[in-house]
Design a protein around this ligand. Sequence first.
Ligand SMILES: NC(=O)c1ccc[n+]([C@@H]2O[C@H](COP(=O)([O-])OP(=O)(O)OC[C@H]3O[C@@H](n4cnc5c(N)ncnc54)[C@H](OP(=O)(O)O)[C@@H]3O)[C@@H](O)[C@H]2O)c1
Length: 199
Amino acid sequence: MKIVVIGATGTVGKAVVEALRDRNEIIKVGSKSGDHQVDIKDAGSIRKLFEKTGRFDALVSTAGKVYFVDFAALTEKEVQVGLRDKLMGQVNLVLIGRDFINDNGSFTLTSGVLTHDPIRFGACASLVNGALEAFVRAAAIELPRGLRINVVSPGVLVESLPTYGDYFRGHEAVPAKRVGSAYLKAVEGRLTGQILSVL
Ligand SMILES: NC(=O)c1ccc[n+]([C@@H]2O[C@H](COP(=O)([O-])OP(=O)(O)OC[C@H]3O[C@@H](n4cnc5c(N)ncnc54)[C@H](OP(=O)(O)O)[C@@H]3O)[C@@H](O)[C@H]2O)c1
C-alpha cells in the first residue's frame, strides 16, 4: 500500500513508520521535515500536498498541536489553537483527502487518553480529542467506496515522558512500539469507526 504519514518524524509518527514500513511504501510528511511538507492548519497547503503525493491507499495523521494551560488562565485564544491545529487540521486531512484516496482506503487519526482521563492543564486537549473521536464515529457510517476511518487514542508514551511526564503524574506510560501496533491494526485490518485505545 502507498501510505501518507502526516507527522512521520514525531515521537508517535516514528512508531507508525516503524510498524508499517516493511510491507508498504511510506510517504513521510512533516511541517519542516520529511519527504514533503504541509501545514495542516491551512486547507490550501493540504490540497497542494496531495497534488504532490498523488493518490494513496491510506492516510495516517500523528500531527496536531494543543496548548496545555492552567484552566484559571485559559482563554479562547489558547482553545482556538487546538481547534485549528489538532482538530480542524485532522478533519481537513480527511475532507480533502477523500479526493485523493483510493477505493477501500483508510484514514487513521490521533486523539489521546485525555478524552476520558483528564489532567490539570488538559482541558483543550480533552475537548479536541473528544471532538475527533465523535467525528470519526460519525464519518465512518457515511464514507463511500469502502473507505474506512479510525482514531488511535494513546496514553502518554514512555518516549515522551521527558517532555510531558510532569503533566501525567500517575499515568502508566505506553511504549511507542505498542502504539505503533494500533496504527498497524487500523491500516492493515478492516476495522472502521473505532477508537483504538492504547493504555
Ligand atoms: N507523545 C505522546 O505521548 C502522545 C500521547 C497521546 C497523544 N499524542 C498526540 O499525538 C500527536 C503527535 O504527538 P508527538 O508527541 O508525536 O508530537 P511531536 O513529536 O512533536 O511530532 C509532531 C509531528 O507533527 C509534525 N507537525 C507539527 N505541526 C504540524 C503542522 N502544522 N502540519 C503538519 N505537520 C506538523 C511535526 O513535523 P516537524 O518536525 O517537521 O515540525 C512532527 O512530525 C499529537 O496530537 C499529540 O497530542 C501524543
